[in-house]
Design a protein around this ligand. Structure first.
Ligand code: ADP
Ligand code: MG
Length: 302
């Protein structure tokens, strides 16, 4: 081999190796958008919840009724068993029970986030399975156990719940949920953008904001799933007071652990392993030696 041949071959091999490295690098870079695309398509392919073109539900007047309701999750786990309940408008009802008792599942049946496996959920005597989802959910404000805020401003997060809300209504809801103290400290008050999923606020502040967002909907049915977990007792007391004042033409369901919250409810629904073990006021249940609720309160040292 002449020195010229040698350097020619060397050059060719060098270029081939370089191409190999480039292709490898390209392949690695390709993985990033592919992973992102997968997530995007996961959501795009997600089945849209079909609005069942049901009858529009008229404004709620009487309340919610559970009729022999049982619910199994798709994996076969039984969450609720033969629940019979009447929850009239005008009451503050507390769902109480150990973790996993089915409190959240029971509450999810009202806005039809879940559909009963057996039995019916009725609003004013109408099966919610036949009501259009838009008209049903327009009347229900649900404050979730896991709070969800968007990285938009506080104002935009509130308007999401009720696009027609006025400035005064927003501030009144924020005051009720004890949000004004921390909002006053923000640079642009309610026009301050929140970080990703609201993480510029503390967990308690996020939760209070979610409660304000629930209140601003002016819905006939207000469901608060463990709203007070991150609230101090004083804030909680103020919040409950405000809710009690506004509850006349509403049904308020609160899933709660603190006795101070629970005992202010008109009625306690005590759930155990998916069944309603007790259904009465705090005083009546504490006076009943056989009450499961009383046992729970005593064991928990509430
Ligand atoms: N998405 C789900 N899939 C399967 N089982 C679930 C799901 N969510 C809850 N469960 C089960 O249903 C039961 C009731 O749960 P849940 O309603 O969340 O109880 P609670 O709110 O009282 O803590 C539990 O046994 C729980 O493990
Ligand atoms: Mg729960």
């Amino acid at each position: 081999m002449t020195p010229g041949d040698f350097f020619l071959l060397f050059g060719i091999f060098y270029q081939m190796v370089q191409s190999g490295i480039d292709i490898g690098g390209f392949w690695i870079h390709l993985q990033e958008p592919v992973a992102a695309m997968r997530r995007v398509y996961f959501f795009l392919d997600y089945d849209v919840e079909a609005d069942r073109k049901g009858m529009p539900l008229p404004p709620v007047r009487q309340g919610v009724e559970f009729e022999n309701v049982s619910f199994d999750y798709p994996d076969g786990r039984n969450a609720l068993n033969e629940v019979n309940l009447v929850l009239p408008v005008g009451e503050l009802v507390a769902f109480v029970g150990p973790t996993g008792a089915g409190k959240t599942s029971l509450a999810y049946l009202i806005p039809a986030f879940l559909t009963p496996t057996r039995g019916r959920v009725l609003i004013d005597g109408r099966d919610v399975a036949h009501a259009s989802l838009d008209s049903l959910r327009a009347q229900i404000a649900y404050v979730f156990q896991e709070h969800l805020l968007l990285s938009e401003t506080i104002r935009e997060n509130l308007l999401l719940a009720n696009p027609q809300a006025t400035e005064a209504e927003m501030y009144s809801a924020l005051e009720t949920a004890s949000c004004l103290d921390f909002i006053d400290a923000l640079p642009a008050r309610i026009d301050t953008p929140l970080g990703r999923s609201g993480n510029t606020l503390s967990v308690g502040q996020q939760q209070r904001l979610c409660i304000a967002r629930g209140l601003i909907r002016e819905a006939r049915i207000l469901i608060l799933d463990e709203p007070t977990a991150a609230l101090d007792p004083q804030t909680e007391n103020a919040l409950l007071g405000a809710i009690l004042r506004a509850k006349r033409d509403r049904l308020v369901i609160v899933i709660a652990h603190r006795l101070s919250t629970i005992r202010r409810a008109d009625r306690i629904i005590f759930l155990e392993k998916g069944e309603v073990a007790d259904n009465d006021s705090h005083d009546a249940l504490m006076a009943d030696p056989a009450s499961r609720y009383r046992r729970f309160v005593e064991l928990q040292g509430l």
